[in-house]
Design a protein. Structure first.
Length: 169
């Protein structure tokens, strides 16, 4: 039979082992996130802080307002703007979506299938949903530059497209 002191010692030692296991798991997760961030930088498809700040200003939002709009904390916005945290692809897509919708409300945009004289428009989701200004946002579009790319590489291809860049001007 263990005394109360021996039970306390065994419990605290067990906590120490558990804490070590938790620290190991946390460091592995951090390492995986860091690897993902570096791979994104190598591919060139991670939004940078010098793109994020002007986008927020174009939207006419304060840091707090943008945090509420994106569903993140204001500290996260600070980290994005200071370059301490990578901007995830889903936040990048939301920013571009908001910018393109802001632009499309101000003027009537020519759909992508008319600008590019597309022959595949009947099979394309952008034409099906009458969203020619959102072709960069939709997966499965039939554009010649993105037809064989996956959803991760699509936005990188679209960044060089005149339809996409005209939305962000």
């Amino acid at each position: 039979m263990l005394s109360a002191g021996e039970k306390w010692y065994a419990w605290t030692q067990g906590r120490g082992v558990l804490q070590q296991r938790c620290n190991k798991i946390a460091s592995e997760r951090t390492f995986q996130r860091y690897k993902w961030f570096l791979s994104g930088l190598k591919r060139g498809n991670v939004m940078k802080k010098d793109e994020f700040v002007p986008a927020r200003k174009k939207l006419g939002r304060t840091q707090k307002q943008l945090a509420d709009l994106l569903g993140v904390s204001i500290k996260t916005i600070h980290s994005y703007e200071q370059g301490r945290r990578a901007i995830p692809p889903h936040i990048e897509r939301q920013i571009f979506f908001l910018l393109s919708n802001q632009r499309s409300r101000k003027q009537n945009l020519i759909p992508c299938w008319e600008k590019k004289q597309c022959g595949y428009k009947e099979a394309c989701p952008a034409w099906e949903f009458q969203s020619g200004h959102l072709c960069w946002f939709l997966c499965g579009t039939k554009c010649e530059c993105t037809i064989d790319s996956n959803h991760r590489d699509k936005l990188q291809s679209c960044r060089n497209c005149k339809i996409f860049t005209s939305l962000l001007e």
